[in-house]
Design a binder for this molecule. Structure first.
Ligand code: ZN
Length: 306
């Protein structure tokens, strides 16, 4: 009898332990915007080299397939850019549409925006003849500043077979790409060390803050999608970032897996010109008080190593 009770107690502890583990293991998909390149390059750096280095990190850490959202205008006339994109897909990564010229739906009509979407498609078709590229990441995460525009674009995307690649975790990682390229060019190790520390501090704070938005909205965690930008700093910081995600209890999944969470089938239908992540859009629509976000070092990054 006693041993039976102990057995039951042991089972209860095991169940509790598993529940705690499950509660901490939050799925997150990694996505990269602005392929083949965001920001500046350091002398001697190439777009293809950046992709090669990022692929090596992803492979070493066994990261599930990631998405790269392409602006074809970014590599027109650049053999290096074209090679970078070829390496990306040959390395097992996916591509999606980020519009041809990174247009902003706030300043464009629905028709102009969709023309920019269509203009990006031939390149995606060449890169992924299996047609699995029908995912759109809105540039600037702007989904339109009027209902008419927002609805027209969503309807046109649905007709063309697109899914919207949402995000829930965003700390404007692109801010670090160009400063890193500049500091690398100067061989300024001290500045690079401060860039790393600053990046990881902001990433840690925003990962927490963005998760709190999910708690605020739903009372529980959701599957997340992390927005990154492929640039000079990517491969240098990615190992540390992966470690941070792991330490914070995230488990890496693909975009499809993350977006199976029912929150991705919802549409906040907001018209805030500066719309942000899916969670930020819902917070705005529900007029919930936005928890204070940590300040980002915009000015320091802009002037560093100049
Ligand atoms: Zn972008």
């Amino acid at each position: 009898m006693i041993s039976g009770m102990w057995h039951l107690r042991g089972l209860a502890i095991l169940v509790l332990a598993c529940t705690a583990t499950l509660a901490r293991a939050e799925p997150v998909a990694i996505t990269f915007d602005d392929l083949p390149l965001n920001g500046e390059l350091a002398p001697g750096m190439t777009r293809a080299g950046i992709v090669r280095d990022v692929l090596a990190v992803l492979k070493a850490a066994q990261v599930p397939t990631t998405f790269g959202f392409v602006n074809a205008a970014r590599f027109e006339g650049s053999a290096d850019g074209a090679q970078a994109l070829r390496l990306w897909v040959d390395g097992g990564q996916r591509v999606g549409n980020h519009t041809y010229a990174h247009g902003d739906l706030v300043g464009e009509s629905a028709e102009e925006f969709m023309a920019d979407v269509r203009r990006d498609e031939p390149v995606l078709e060449l890169l992924d003849p299996a047609h699995d590229w029908h995912w759109l990441r809105y540039p600037y995460l702007h989904e339109g500043n009027t209902h008419a525009k927002r609805h027209a674009v969503r309807a046109a995307l649905a007709v063309r077979g697109y899914r919207i690649a949402q995000t829930t975790l965003d700390y404007e990682d692109y801010l670090w790409n160009s400063p890193y390229a500049r500091c690398l060019a100067r061989h300024d190790e001290r500045a690079i060390a401060s860039l790393r520390a600053g990046y990881l501090a902001i990433a840690a704070q925003y990962l927490d803050a963005d998760r709190q938005l999910a708690q605020l909205l739903y009372g529980h965690e959701v599957s997340h999608v992390l927005l990154l930008h492929l640039g000079a700093f990517s491969s240098a910081i990615l190992p540390d970032l992966l470690q941070l995600l792991h330490a914070k209890g995230f488990t890496l999944v693909t975009l499809e897996q993350a977006q199976r969470d029912p929150v991705y089938a919802t549409d906040p239908d907001g018209v805030e010109p500066e719309s942000g992540t899916l969670l930020e859009q819902w917070i705005a629509v529900r007029k919930l008080p936005v928890p204070p976000a940590p300040a980002k070092p915009y000015r320091e990054l802009e002037t560093l190593c100049k």
